[in-house]
Unconditional design. Structure first.
Length: 201
């Protein structure tokens, strides 16, 4: 005797059962988790920035993407891409840009959006201090200079099919990957109440 087919799961059941959640639900869930972890990391960094302000080390502000605001100040939609997570000024006048990331395992350089990498690069090129503040789950908080980040560089061969003069041709190319983990970050772990003291004049 054949078993009757299983009933279709409702959207609400899919939302709470990760094994059967739709791709869209899975993306929303992952985004919500990432957002929550980012907020938690902001709470970790906030006291450091408060100490920096109190001791005259730096003035640091959280910034975001520009938004179009409607009536009564209600945000309507994004007006463009944002800069890195924090901008500020160090004692002595040097500009400061900080990108904060929370992750488990390893962080790829590509996990930092292109426009934020560009902001870090531009600030450093003009003589400013560009930093990566990294929260590695279960391991701690680390801060490194963007221009001196100890990326682990690996290469792998990728095979793909491309169209050349109307014909499909198999080609292979070498792809470079740059990542950071606790091994490379050893020696950059944050100790104390203000990670910016290292760069204070």
């Amino acid at each position: 005797m054949k078993r009757p087919p299983s009933p279709a799961l409702s959207p609400s059941l899919r939302a709470i059962n990760p094994r059967v959640a739709s791709p869209a639900v899975a993306r929303r869930r992952a985004g919500a988790v990432a957002h929550a972890r980012g907020d938690a990391f902001e709470d970790v960094l906030a006291p450091h920035h408060a100490v920096a302000a109190a001791e005259g080390i730096a003035d640091v502000r959280k910034v975001g993407a520009p938004v179009i605001v409607g009536r009564k100040g209600k945000p309507l939609r994004w007006a463009g891409v944002g800069p890195a997570d924090y901008v500020g000024t160090l004692r002595g006048g040097r500009s400061l840009v900080v990108e904060a990331k929370s992750f488990a395992g390893r962080l790829s350089r590509l996990d930092i959006p292109e426009h934020q990498r560009a902001h870090l690069d531009a600030n450093a090129a003009l003589g400013g201090l560009s930093l990566l503040a990294l929260h590695v789950y279960t391991c701690g908080v680390y801060v490194v200079e963007w221009t001196a980040a100890p990326w682990r560089v690996t290469e792998r061969v990728v095979r793909e099919v491309v169209e050349v003069d109307g014909r499909k041709v198999k080609v292979q190319r070498t792809v470079e990957s740059r990542t950071l983990g606790v091994e490379e970050l050893a020696g950059h772990r944050v100790e104390g109440k203000c990670y910016l003291r290292k760069w204070a004049k």
